[in-house]
Write a protein that binds this ligand. Sequence first.
Ligand SMILES: *Cc1c(COP(=O)(O)O)cnc(C)c1O
Length: 536
Amino acid sequence: MSMMNQGRPSAPGAVAPAHLAPTVTGNKALMLEEPLIFENGSVDVTGVDLEAVPAHKSRLAGLERSAPIGLPGLAEGEAVRHYTRLSRQNYGIDLGLFPLGSCTMKHNPRLNEKMARLPGFGDVHPLQPQDTVQGAFELIHRLAHWLKTLTNMPAVAMTPKAGAHGELCGILAIRAALEARGDARKVVLVPESAHGTNPATAAFCGYEVESIPANARGRVDTDALIARLGPDVAAVMITNPNTCGLFEPDMKRISDAVHAAGAYVYCDGANFNAIVGRVRPGDLGVDAMHINLHKTFSTPHGGGGPGSGPVVFSEALAPYAPIPFVVEEEAAPGIRGADNRRFHLIEEETANAEHHENSFGRLSAFHGQMGMFVRALAYIESHGADGLRQVAEDAVLNANYILRSLDDVMSAPFGASGPCMHEALFDDSYLKDSGITTLDVAKAMIDEGFHPMTMYFPLVVHGAMLIEPTETESRGRLDQFIEAMRALAAAAKSGDTTRFATAPHFAPRSRLDETRAARTPILAWKPATDERQAAE
Ligand SMILES: *Cc1c(COP(=O)(O)O)cnc(C)c1O
């Protein structure tokens, strides 16, 4: 070992000498180039040996395939290597800081995974007889209780499968409530800093969306919002903390005015991570709010994996919540759970339950994302109420540490209006006249080994950079990130454009032509033809 250290050729920051030709293989050290399976495989190779199909009479009446399908195959070992190499090109929260604002990419304790894989949960089937899944029902019921308690809301719909799906659930309940009183209204008000899913949801439900401006402090313009209320307004959709990473302090005043105007308050609760255990949205007059279990309650959500967006409801909207839902009931003799409790799934709209009697119907085929429920409950109960409160406090502390460690070299548009919540927002005015853009900075971050922050969102500031460190990052990791960002800001201001214009330089792929990828994607594999070669 010591000899290797003595001969260590490259100090940190060293790069390959410029005169070195690209490697013969295209590999860079042990980062291996990986062609597509269509380029690498061959139609006469396979990882499995199947017996020839015995002669049989076809029942397809001449519709059967006459020529081989031509899909390429790989030998078993090469198939394993293909996917293992690709997996090494992944970046994830288990590798390093993942500062995507508005996404809350946080550590997923392995305990959650272990619990979700317990056979009684992992192998449960939605069509099992209810007597055989009492434990699963009890878990859903218990998680529902936590969510209602943390938000101080009387009802919760567990079936929505993502934040956006939860918004759909909430707006459908609002529409059902308005229609029930014969007052179908037309307009949903959405602050201009809203997440794109908010106006999309309202429009999808048939509402006209009207935008409410933000004020100079990055909050919704409360006076403009209240002035716009009237008999045509069905609901206000407001994100709190908002997408600038700021708390909306006028929330109660807004809710009171919305209710006085006969409308409902939908709160986008995707940013609950910043306030869980500190603020109960029910106390702020919210009527419906989705909670992203995959953000606040620590379940993996990279790569578009499963999410879960339960929606809590106020007393006014609870009767309209969707079915099914779990209730605890008097145990019938002989079928009692271990602790004498029994749970029942209400699946009928005519249910005699105290809430949901005017349910708008069913939102999804079954009972929600069981695996997410298990992970979320494992996370909640291993933290406890005090631990959850600390999650919010640490998330806010980390974001403010980043904000105040960078606001002298980058530009924080709302930095003067006080502390931020769980994410720190910068704009691109510090790059003025440098010829360098937010995108360039993001690409240079990849060279430094950091996944870029959320870019160009929210739209209320120019060239936005939204950095969310989450509570799970250590001081040391934040300091390293800050050091890298300060160096990039200094390089940008000194006109070091080569560092940015073609970044990333050290990634397996450099700057891609995103326009061509979007306009002329190659979606179907064809054996090499002139056309395909021309495209390359
Ligand atoms: C993530 C997010 C959503 C959408 O949630 P999905 O689970 O991705 O559908 C909505 N609003 C805000 C503010 C978000 O951060």
